[in-house]
Design a protein around this ligand. Structure first.
Ligand code: DX5
Ligand code: ZN
Length: 218
């Protein structure tokens, strides 16, 4: 299966958002990764509904929304209406995760669950069959530009094992600190989707950087 690259718009230039969206549209990237932060679940606030509405208007690829917010159930249908194709909630933010996953699917989106670096893969055992995506956080969520946590490799192996054992079709996404230095090792370990923020948008030629990442992975 082709490995996917998902540039994180958090690292884009917000004064030139349309330009950066068009860059992703015209690049070899596969998805738009959209980080929504509420300043409660994570110690940072990113952007919200009007911004996603503006992004959706121009984005021509899959919109992968990563919710770093408490009580995400409140906004599931809102994000569906705003154009999210995949909606990922944090395991640590959901009291009734099974219900939340069903609600995401009922709203017509693919369902993802993200795990913080301290959360073991085993917590997904009873929902893995229902999931389309698991996002393994390879940094503590809240900020772009942090360094990659090496323990992630071990978790990818464990998740791959769980997916195979349960015959789930779920994809493995890695989020945080992805660069050309670890991309190959991540896909070798079993990753399907690599999110990359700073490495893409802070580079001299983001289109070429996306193309390089895509080549490294495939
Ligand atoms: C972190 C976000 C990431 C972030 C990745 O909380 O979920 O998606 O944008 O940024 P980089 O690639 O710079 O680590
Ligand atoms: Zn993210």
């Amino acid at each position: 299966m082709t490995k996917l690259i998902a540039p994180s718009i958090l690292a884009a230039d917000f004064a030139n958002l349309q330009r950066d969206i068009e860059m992703v549209n015209n690049s070899e990237a596969d998805w738009f990764h959209i980080d929504i932060m509420d300043g409660v679940f994570v110690p940072n606030i990113s952007f919200g509904m009007p911004d996603l509405q503006a992004i959706s208007k121009h984005a021509k690829k899959t919109i992968d929304v990563h919710l770093m917010i408490v009580d995400p159930d409140r906004y599931i249908t809102t994000f569906a209406d705003l154009g999210a194709d995949i909606l990922t909630v944090h395991h640590e933010a959901c009291t009734h995760l099974h219900r939340t996953i069903q609600a995401i699917k009922a709203a017509g989106m693919k369902a993802g669950v993200a795990l913080n670096p301290h959360t073991p893969i085993a917590v997904l055992e009873d929902v893995i069959a229902d999931l389309d995506l698991v996002c393994i956080m390879s940094v503590n969520p809240g900020f772009g530009g942090q360094s990659f946590i090496e323990n992630t490799y071990k978790k990818i192996g464990q998740l791959k094992h769980l997916i195979e054992f349960s015959k789930s079709n779920c994809q493995i996404e890695i989020d945080g600190g992805v660069t050309d230095q670890n991309a190959n090792a991540l896909v070798e370990a079993g990753a399907d989707v690599l999110v990359a923020g700073s490495f893409v948008f802070k580079s001299e030629d983001p289109t070429a950087t996306i193309s390089d990442l895509k080549k490294i992975c495939n």
